[in-house]
Design a protein. Structure first.
Ligand code: ZN
Length: 195
């Protein structure tokens, strides 16, 4: 299925909002990554111009033909934090920081019968064998149901599109040569080499 758009929510775990010094949002903060940012291999090539690319491990959902969710995966919402901080300070859009080539490494999908199966999943990211991020989907500020309702109400969601549901605390930089392992235990795991 072609992935046209990647809808993503910012600051959806309170501990992550705090670590970047952001307020807890009162309504969902949605931004876009281009569908063509998706990388489904085991190698991620960071663009030469990037300065500080951060990992954000996230539960990703895919919309089917009826815009229902019956597939999920683990993704990295790669973020160029150096430029994002500059853009945020100017009040400018985040596109450069969030939607660069290779900015959405994605695992294979696992099947989902009902959304309630996704409400209490651990989500982990290790880099070079060291645990960096650990959260649980029960800690989301806006639930998956609330996110789905919000984006369908406001945006032209297409079959195949992804929803990235936010990242827990522990984001940090990736270097070329790193091995990043993302896992939702019991569901999916995927390892990428950074180049
Ligand atoms: Zn994110």
């Amino acid at each position: 299925m072609i992935i046209r758009n990647i809808w993503a929510i910012g600051r959806n775990y309170a501990d992550h909002a705090k670590e970047l010094g952001n307020e807890i949002p009162s309504e969902p903060l949605i931004f876009l990554k281009a569908g063509s940012c998706v990388v489904q291999t085991t190698e991620v090539v960071l663009p030469a111009w990037t300065v500080e690319v951060h990992h954000e491990v996230e539960l990703a959902l895919q919309f089917d033909e009826r815009l229902e969710v019956h597939k999920a995966a683990v993704a990295l919402d790669l973020t160029e934090r150096h430029f994002q901080n500059q853009l945020k300070a100017k009040g400018s859009p985040w596109t450069l920081a969030k939607s660069f080539t290779g900015a959405c490494p994605l695992s294979s999908f696992f099947a989902v019968d009902t959304i309630s199966e996704l409400k209490n999943l651990d989500i982990l990211l290790s880099v070079n064998g060291q645990l960096r991020q650990k959260g649980n989907t029960s800690q989301m500020i806006f639930s998956i149901d609330q996110q789905l309702e919000y984006i369908k109400e406001h945006f032209p969601v297409c079959p195949g599109d992804l929803l990235l549901t936010g990242t827990p605390a522990g984001v940090g930089p990736l270097q070329r040569g790193d091995l990043a392992l993302a896992e939702i235990p019991g569901k999916v795991r995927h390892e990428w080499t950074l180049r």
